[in-house]
Ligand binder design. Structure first.
Ligand SMILES: NC(=O)c1ccc[n+]([C@@H]2O[C@H](COP(=O)([O-])OP(=O)(O)OC[C@H]3O[C@@H](n4cnc5c(N)ncnc54)[C@H](O)[C@@H]3O)[C@@H](O)[C@H]2O)c1
Length: 446
């Protein structure tokens, strides 16, 4: 990294202390940008980097709610409106006990470039709370969501900031959030949230979009290298929204998905995962993944989610959470002959793990490109809401597939243009950055 980029990174670390995930995501982007700053001085002169690493607005608020025992609980809510150069802030809400401002800033920062890559008019943002939905009743989740929205509503809007789901926020939570928004604003503003129910403004394919998009882009990368999903053994971490629909599409493409996990442990089914059972456990019962082995005698359950990376596979799709693959796990994957890694989750590989993939010529598509299908389909939902229209499954899926293929092509062409052929980390970071930076140049110092 040259001295200018080093200086910006040092300042980010000093001004945002104790936020290691945010530092990590900024460092990864800045490392990729060296050739851009060497080629063109205009971005430095306009202070683009100094501005892009500072969120336009950060909101932190109290979320009080009453549990089923009548006891008052207090959580902390966040919304980071990071960059609006390309459109209204757009990014999900995460409900998980690990949430604090550093996690939301890392996710918001990633979101800026990911959203730019989709080619849609959307800026970057992220939000959430340290509320843990695990073990809470429906009514507790509803009361939490209502309280959260009672503050959030004044900051969002279809032309301002459009939240969606992320870890811990699915159809149920989006429903409660939208209901409260509608009630306190007295307006059915469908475009204020995405991931809505299908009969009240949601888009077909939004539920499947991130997982499907991940498989589409990995398939494109494999195709470009004379390969495909057909007949491959695939390991996917997580068993939430992204993991379930990545499994569905990989199976459709002729792969065998042999393992899934949750935060407690992982299941290994050499016969191939039965997705109906997983959907029933996770989407209906909201139970732990270990339940799977009670119905499938071919499967084993192991405590500890990290062990999933010791399973021999051709393709790995980490789709659970940040930093879930470290250097050792990456080395094990390589030793076991992995040919491709695609990131469904945000920043699931540590920088050391990425280095291992790159040194060993593992085909690798980073999160910003690989999981952009969710937000891209959210943008398609916004378009349908704006037109008071709803498109067929086939139409939305075809658009999603085109967007993923475009993201792959753009990232690999830009990497080549900067002398980094095959490096999709650099390609995605540079392509996303250039779009946002050029819009910021046009819009002056704001
Ligand atoms: N949902 C989307 O549209 C979307 C879009 C882009 C990126 N992502 C990213 O994908 C990842 C998963 O999100 P999701 O929407 O599927 O969430 P989700 O809440 O539906 O599922 C998360 C899953 O991960 C599991 N998990 C959590 N910690 C784990 C750990 N340490 N090891 C193994 N499993 C663990 C949980 O048990 C759960 O099964 C997150 O990084 C999220 O930011 C999601």
């Amino acid at each position: 990294m040259n001295s200018y980029l080093e200086k910006v990174l040092t300042e980010v670390k000093q001004r945002n202390q104790c936020q290691p995930e945010f530092h990590q995501s900024v460092e990864e982007v800045l490392e990729s940008l060296e050739p851009v700053f060497e080629r063109d001085s205009i971005y430095k002169e306009a202070g683009i980097l100094e501005r892009i690493v500072e969120p336009e607005r950060q909101i932190i608020f109290r979320v009080p709610w009453v549990d089923d025992n009548g006891k008052t609980q207090v959580n902390r809510g966040f919304r980071v409106e990071f960059n609006s150069a390309l459109g209204p802030y757009k990014g999900g809400l995460r409900l998980h006990p690990s949430v604090y401002i550093g996690i939301i800033k890392f996710l918001g920062f990633e979101q800026i470039f990911k959203n730019a890559l989709t080619g849609r008019s959307i800026g970057g943002g992220k939000g959430g709370s340290d509320f843990d939905p695990k073990g809470k009743s429906d009514m507790e989740v509803m009361r939490f969501c209502q309280s959260f929205m009672t503050e959030l509503y004044r900051h969002i809007g279809d032309k301002t900031d459009v939240p969606a789901g992320d870890i811990g926020v699915g159809a149920r939570e989006i429903g409660y959030l939208f209901g409260q928004y509608k009630r306190i604003t007295n307006s059915f503003a469908a475009g204020v949230l995405t991931g809505k129910g299908l009969n009240w403004g949601g888009s077909l394919v939004r539920t499947e979009a991130t997982g499907y998009g991940l498989v589409y882009i990995v398939e494109e990368m494999l195709k470009d290298n004379g390969n495909s999903f057909e007949g491959k053994d695939v390991v996917i971490s997580g068993s939430g929204n992204v993991a379930i629909y990545a499994t569905e599409k990989a199976q459709e493409m002729g792969a065998k998905v042999i393992a899934l996990s949750d935060s407690n442990g992982y299941i290994y089914d050499p016969a191939g995962i039965n997705l109906e059972t997983v959907k029933c456990i996770k989407e209906v019962g909201r139970k732990r993944i270990k339940e799977y082995v009670t119905e499938h005698s071919s499967a084993e359950y192991h405590e500890g989610s990290k062990g999933i990376w010791t399973i021999k596979c051709d393709i790995a799709l980490p789709s659970a959470t940040q930093n879930e693959i470290d250097e050792d796990s990456a080395k094990t994957l390589v030793k076991n002959g992995v040919i491709a890694v695609g990131e469904g989750a945000n920043m699931p590989s540590t920088p050391e793990a990425i280095e291992v993939y790159q040194k060993n010529n593992v085909l690798f598509v980073p999160a910003k490109a690989a999981n952009a299908g969710g937000v891209a389909t959210s943008a398609l939902e916004m378009t349908q809401n704006g037109m008071w229209d709803s498109w067929s499954f086939e139409k939305v899926e075809a658009k999603l597939k085109n967007i993923m293929v475009d993201i792959y092509n753009t990232s690999s062409e830009v990497a080549k243009d900067y002398g980094l052929e095959g490096n999709l980390v650099a390609g995605a970071n540079i392509a996303g950055f250039l779009k946002v930076a050029n819009a910021m140049l046009d819009q002056g110092i704001v």
